[in-house]
Design a protein around this ligand. Structure first.
Ligand code: B16
Ligand code: MG
Length: 219
């Protein structure tokens, strides 16, 4: 039986992936790396330093900067991201998510957060959704980023559940891979061509309901 839900944040709960993209795009311009939709897609769910490394690699500049310079650029992106977040409120919650969280609460499911973002506590507070998440995986304690199963495995563990008792929800290809490798049921939100490995796919969050998940799982 399913008992827990392990959530990604950016791109699933809130529209913040747009802000992440904007801030990375700005930095890529500054570094002289061409921005593309593919690059934006590949950055989804990827942690801060890994994202910078991916941008540099894409531009053939993987050896152009010292670790110290890279720290400075990553910090700069975060400052930009945080300034974009300043104007964010509950209107950034993706459609259907508030109702979905309420339904899960009413049905006694327990929730944890498996976001790669160090800013996730701030974002949840600002959206007024922190109360729904009993546990959170601290990404600074992880050895590996998504697609490694570590973050979603921990998302079940912090709830005291086995992976097979949990459903993971993701908008990134690497995130769906992480859920699958952890042994949970994966729900992918977005383009089914990109998220074809997901056990269940919804094109957007309006379809993310407990009834639709139950119907797709045939339970
Ligand atoms: P930060 P998620 C990920 O969050 C974002 O998708 C990704 O764009 C971001 O670079 C990463 O968190 C790290 O975020 O710089 O705020 O620590 O999708 O795993 O919720
Ligand atoms: Mg995401």
């Amino acid at each position: 039986d399913i008992k827990g839900f392990v959530f990604d944040l950016d791109g699933v709960i809130a529209d913040t992936s747009v802000y992440h993209s904007k801030a990375w795009h700005q930095l890529a311009d500054e570094l002289g790396v061409a921005w593309s939709d593919d690059l934006a897609e590949n950055l989804k769910g990827v942690g801060r330093m890994d994202s910078l490394n991916l941008i540099l690699k894409t531009g053939g500049k993987e050896n152009a900067y010292t670790e110290e310079e890279k720290e400075k650029y990553a910090a700069k992106k975060n400052t930009n991201y945080l300034s974009l977040l300043k104007n964010m409120n509950a209107s950034a919650i993706l459609p259907g998510i508030s109702d979905f969280l309420k339904t899960l609460e009413e049905n006694d499911y327990r929730l944890s957060l498996a976001s790669a973002s160090k800013n996730s506590p701030l974002v949840l507070e600002q959206l007024g959704l922190a109360k729904y998440f009993e546990k959170r995986v601290d990404p600074t304690t992880l050895k590996h980023g998504k697609p490694d199963p570590e973050i979603f495995a921990r998302g079940a563990e912090v709830l005291g559940y086995k992976p097979e008792q949990c459903i993971g929800i993701e908008d990134a290809k690497v995130g769906v891979e992480s859920i699958n490798a952890a042994g949970e049921t994966s729900v992918g939100i977005g383009d089914p061509k990109i998220l074809h490995e997901a056990d269940i796919n919804f094109t957007d969050t309006t379809q993310l309901t407990l009834a639709n998940i139950k119907a797709a799982m045939k339970v």
